[in-house]
Design a protein around this ligand. Structure first.
Ligand SMILES: NC(=O)C1=CN([C@@H]2O[C@H](COP(=O)(O)OP(=O)(O)OC[C@H]3O[C@@H](n4cnc5c(N)ncnc54)[C@H](OP(=O)(O)O)[C@@H]3O)[C@@H](O)[C@H]2O)C=CC1
Ligand SMILES: O=CCCC(=O)O
Length: 282
């Protein structure tokens, strides 16, 4: 997600400096005009605004607050925009570290996957310093099609987790439907078509359904990240004593899929966990 977003900033004429743990992934961006810095600290020291796109809470905290992390390069007049999907506590922690340096913080997780990232069609769910939100809005408009400002730090993370909790459950349910239709002698491709024309139609079903029927899962949103988001959403629900039994059941299914080695496949590969379960009980 970070690469296509950086690429769109380069294409728009922004002066972009990049860092990634695996440096080779920066090479295509460098060849297109990005400069490279050897640590997150150096990026932050050399930039007015630093964007971070990391896998999970642990890596987001490490890259921001760890040794040679971005926080060490921050100071008054600078801003840190974390677009990773993390939990509320992680976002608040990073905010505190950034604030302690006299800089501004905005959480801005995104809805939309690889293709929307490439096409500059992401949806930003932002919260934190309003002045930083206003400052980076022209950049968010290069990267996305819409942006929401949701108030205090944590609200962006929470909104993103609620959205992805719904998405993970929807995909699990869709998977059950595809397999049930096939088992009772229906053509699952026709099911996908029927769903696409009715009240439960969703772009996700139309996009992923045809390849799921063919047992193909080209990765847009890695399954391991969907399971991470369900895990974090369940934590969010527990923090306010909200019952989420459907999401809890879906989370178990994604955990099974991970145990089958499907972590780096698209999250639609969760259907494979159900196939395996049917064989277990046959
Ligand atoms: N893919 C999607 O459709 C979407 C993803 N998201 C969210 O965006 C984030 C990134 O997703 P995506 O790009 O798909 O994920 P990837 O797994 O492709 O990329 C993860 C990035 O995090 C880095 N990283 C992981 N662990 C560490 C660590 N310990 N220290 C430093 N860097 C680390 C990786 O570096 P390296 O290259 O060295 O491994 C890589 O740059 C996630 O939070 C995800 O939930 C949000 C919306 C859509
Ligand atoms: O977090 C990933 C979301 C993927 C999507 O919105 O299609």
């Amino acid at each position: 997600m970070g690469s296509p977003m950086a690429l769109n900033l380069i294409k728009a004429g922004c002066d972009v400096i990049v860092w990634n743990r695996t440096k080779s992934k920066c090479d295509p961006l460098i060849s297109l005009g990005a400069k490279y810095s050897s640590s997150p600290e150096e990026v932050a020291a050399n930039c007015d605004v630093t964007f971070a796109m990391l896998a999970d809470p642990e890596s987001a905290i490490d890259v921001a607050c760890g040794k040679n992390g971005a926080v060490s390069g921050m100071g008054p007049g600078k801003g840190y925009v974390d677009v990773s999907t993390v939990d509320v506590a992680t976002s608040k922690l990073i905010n505190e570290h950034i604030k302690a340096r006299g800089a501004l913080f905005l959480e801005a997780p995104v809805s939309g996957s690889k293709k929307p990232a490439e096409d500059g069609q992401l949806i930003f769910l932002t919260a934190g310093d309003r002045s930083l939100y206003e400052l980076v809005s022209p950049l968010l408009d290069i990267l996305g099609k819409s942006r929401f400002y949701l108030g205090k730090v944590g609200n962006g993370a929470a909104m993103k987790l609620v959205v992805n909790m719904i998405m993970g459950s929807m995909m699990a349910s869709f998977s059950e439907g595809i397999l049930l239709s096939k088992k009772v002698g229906l053509d699952p491709s026709v099911l996908v078509e029927v769903v696409s024309q009715g009240p439960i139609s969703a772009p996700m079903y139309s996009l992923k359904g045809p390849s799921m029927v063919k047992s193909q899962y080209p990765t847009a949103f890695p399954l391991k990240h969907q399971q991470k988001d369900l895990r974090l959403a369940l934590g969010l629900a527990e923090s306010v004593s909200q019952s989420t039994p459907i999401a809890a059941a879906a989370n178990e299914l994604y955990k099974v899929a991970k145990s089958y080695g499907l972590s780096d496949e698209d999250f639609s590969a969760v259907i494979e966990a159900l196939k395996a379960k049917s064989q277990d009980t046959a």
